[in-house]
Each structure stands twice: as C-alpha cells, then as structure tokens.
Design a protein around this ligand. Sequence first.
Ligand code: GDP
Ligand code: IMO
Ligand code: MG
Length: 429
Amino acid sequence: MVVIIVGAQWGDEGKGKVVDYLAARADMVIRTQGGNNAGHTVVTEYGEFKFQLIPSGILHPHVTCVIGNGVVVDPRVLIREIEQLRERGIEPSNLVISERAHMVMSYHPLFDRLEEGQRGDDRLGTTWRGIGPAYADKVRRIGFRVGDLQKEVFMRKKLGFVIGQVKNPILRDLYREEPIDCERMIEEYLGYARVLDPLIQDTYPLVQGALDRGANVLLEGAQATMLDLDFGTYPYVTSSNCTAGGACTGSGIPPTRVDRTIAVCKAYTTRVGYGPFPTELTDHVGDAIRERGREFGTVTGRPRRVGWFDGAVARYAVRVNGASSIALTKLDVLDEVPEVRICTGYEFRGRFHDHPMANISWLKHCEPRYETLPGWREPIGHCRAWEDLPANCRAYVERLEEVCGAPIGLIGVGPRRDQFVVRGGATLP
Ligand code: GDP
Ligand code: IMO
Ligand code: MG
C-alpha cells in the first residue's frame, strides 16, 4: 500500500509525528521534496527528534528511509544530522539518498539572504536555507545532483563554469560581495562525497522493487498545500510542489499506484513567514494558543503566527490533494479555550468564496465567515478512544469533518508518539 502524507495548511502540522506513527507498519518511507527548510518532530521515550532531511521513519530500524529525487540536499546539514543521530545511539544504516536529488550548494543560502535583502519590505520571510535558489538552479539546469559527488572530473569542470561564469559575476556586479573560491569549494564537496558515498544510490530499482512486492510505502511531504509553488499563496510560498502530485514526481511513484492520501491538519492554523492569513489572531487568544502549542519554528525559532481553524483552506487541501482522510493534530492545545471558531469561507466585496482565492490581495483583505462552538475545557491528553473525548470536543471534530469534506482518522492529543486517538482503521494493513 502506498500512502502520501501532505501538509494541509502552512506547514508544521505534525507530519513528522504522523509519519513516525504509521511507519511502525511500513517498509519504506520516502521524503519527496523540500530540504532543510523542513523540521519534522518526533517525540519518543528517548526524547525529541527534529528531522530536517532524514525521513521521519528513521527511528524504526526495519524501515528503509529514502531521500527522494525531489528533495534538495545540503550535504553539510545531512552529515550533521546523521552524526547527531549517531550521538544518540541510532545508526542510520537504513538510509539511502537518491543520486537524482539536487544539492543545496554553499552559495545557495548566501543568495537566499541577498535576494531577501533585495526585496526589502516585500521579502517572503524564507528560512535562509538556500531552498529557492537551489530549485531555481535545478530548473535552469545549472544544478548539481547528489550523484555528481561521485564524478570528480565532472564536478570540477561544471563548478568552474557555474562559479566563474554565473555566480561570481552576479556577486561582484550586483551585490558587491566577495567572489567564491572555486578550488576551496571543490575540496569541501569532495569531503562530503567521501562521507556520503555509501548512501548514494539509483533509487529507481529500490522503489519499483518495493511496489512489485506490494510493500507499505509512505511518501513524506514537507511544507504544505498553502506553501505549494502553484496552489499556495504565491509568491509567499516555498519553491517546490508540496501537494500530492509533488510526492509522485519527487519519489518516482506513479499516481496510479497511490492508495491513500492523508492530509495533516492542526486543530487551528499557524503560519511562519509573511503572506496572507485570513483567520490570524493577534489578540490574547492567539497568544495563549501560541504558548500552549509551543508555536515557535523548529528550524528558525521564529514565533509562528496563530489563528482559528480555516475550513476553506482545509477543504481546498482535501480537494487539491485528493485526501482520503485527515490526521487532525494538536487538538489538546485547544483544551482551555472557552469557545472555538471555524472559518467556513470568506466574504470579499459582497461575494462569498468557499476556497482561498488565487488573488492574494483579496485573500489579505477578505472577511472570514465563522461558526462558533463551545469549548470542552478539560484535558484530553490521556484519551486514546473516540468515546474518551468530551462531547463538545467530539462535536468540534465532527463539524470539521463536514466542513472539510473528509473523515478524520487520526487525532493528535499530545506531542508523544502514542498520543493519538485512532478511528476506523486509520493505520496501515
Ligand atoms: P511538521 O513540520 O509538520 O512535522 O511539524 P513540526 O514538527 O514542525 O511541528 C509540530 C509540533 O507540534 C512539534 O513540536 C510536535 O512535537 C508537536 N505536536 C505534534 N502533534 C501534536 C499533538 O497532537 N499535540 C501537541 N500538543 N503537540 C503536537
Ligand atoms: P515543514 O516541513 C513551515 C516557509 C518559510 C517561508 C516560506 C518560504 O516543517 O512543515 P523557504 O525557505 O522554503 O524558501 O521559505 O515557506 N516554510 C515553512 N513553514 N513549515 C515548513 O516546513 C516550512 N518550510 C518553509 O517560513 O514563509
Ligand atoms: Mg515543521
């Protein structure tokens, strides 16, 4: 069975926790896009793990974890992540990197910063990890793939061209920055090549073999639908397709082989960085949710913007991704909120819109239409069965299902790996 896990909102929905939970019954987990702009958290009895490039199934030794072709890999960050796991007693011998995955080169974070600076007040609020510049070079066909690390002569020649003819002229003439020393960079990348060499593979036979055997494969998306390059709030998005289609192209698994898609959705909404956010709360209710939900960025530590559940966004995500079910996370964070609100759509210039409009200035200035439900005002962290949840809490979940148009199969009631209410066969066979 092949299952895609996608973010339904603006990221940090708890995809890592859902992947780790489902991975107990999986044979393979493939990260499909994004890079170390992602931060996926898994909390076990051994503490908290934050994965940036390594798939969130890595804590299960029986699972083959693949960094798919759609990911952009910063080798320095990946090596550090592997070392950090080793320091905690976990040997990632089940990790494989696609030789087709592109690399974040050391000049990409520099360009990310310089380009953000150039945008001034219109900056996007990127993570400064070089993700946009790396994907841009992939599309311009001047990118470097992980497999290139194994081709020293080719690396030298191509890096000489890219640095000498493309990057240094821009640094010098446009940004008045120091040029990059090509020879030093080659040495740096040859060092990475020596460390990563045993992990690099053509993942085509591996992935197709898993499909042939009928293995359970999880496709782990990073970022989320509203950060998708095409369907998100462009230009306030990331530079990859984070929706279900991107999971296929980013792994080499054909759409016809996908059995289920799970949209991961917080019980409220958050966003890091700039861009429209119709249900944003800027009052004490928002502050209380931020504190209780520990809504501070996994990667950059920035406080996340917080708002009510946006049903228009979640329904859009269900439809664009073809989600068969929703994993609803962080429901426990709302335990103390006296009244909970659900946005069902937006009013703009006298018209009702049931989905996020492509025109982001409309989305910025629209008026959300809300329904208000009573809170449950009791802790739910201990609940494991649907019946354990308070009646008002169940009513909130049932209303979310109606608004989103998909069943909610997993409900997160706390950060720990066991803190889920599971309904109607939401686990893998
Ligand atoms: P991801 O990027 O989608 O994997 O999500 P992040 O790991 O960036 O952010 C989710 C945060 O919420 C992490 O700190 C998780 O430990 C935490 N978390 C996940 N699910 C739950 C839940 O059901 N309840 C609570 N309280 N925290 C959760
Ligand atoms: P996970 O996988 C939340 C946001 C950044 C910024 C925008 C563009 O943990 O859910 P980028 O560096 O990608 O060019 O930044 O996208 N962003 C995320 N927000 N979670 C993420 O990943 C994100 N990855 C990127 O904050 O607004
Ligand atoms: Mg995250």
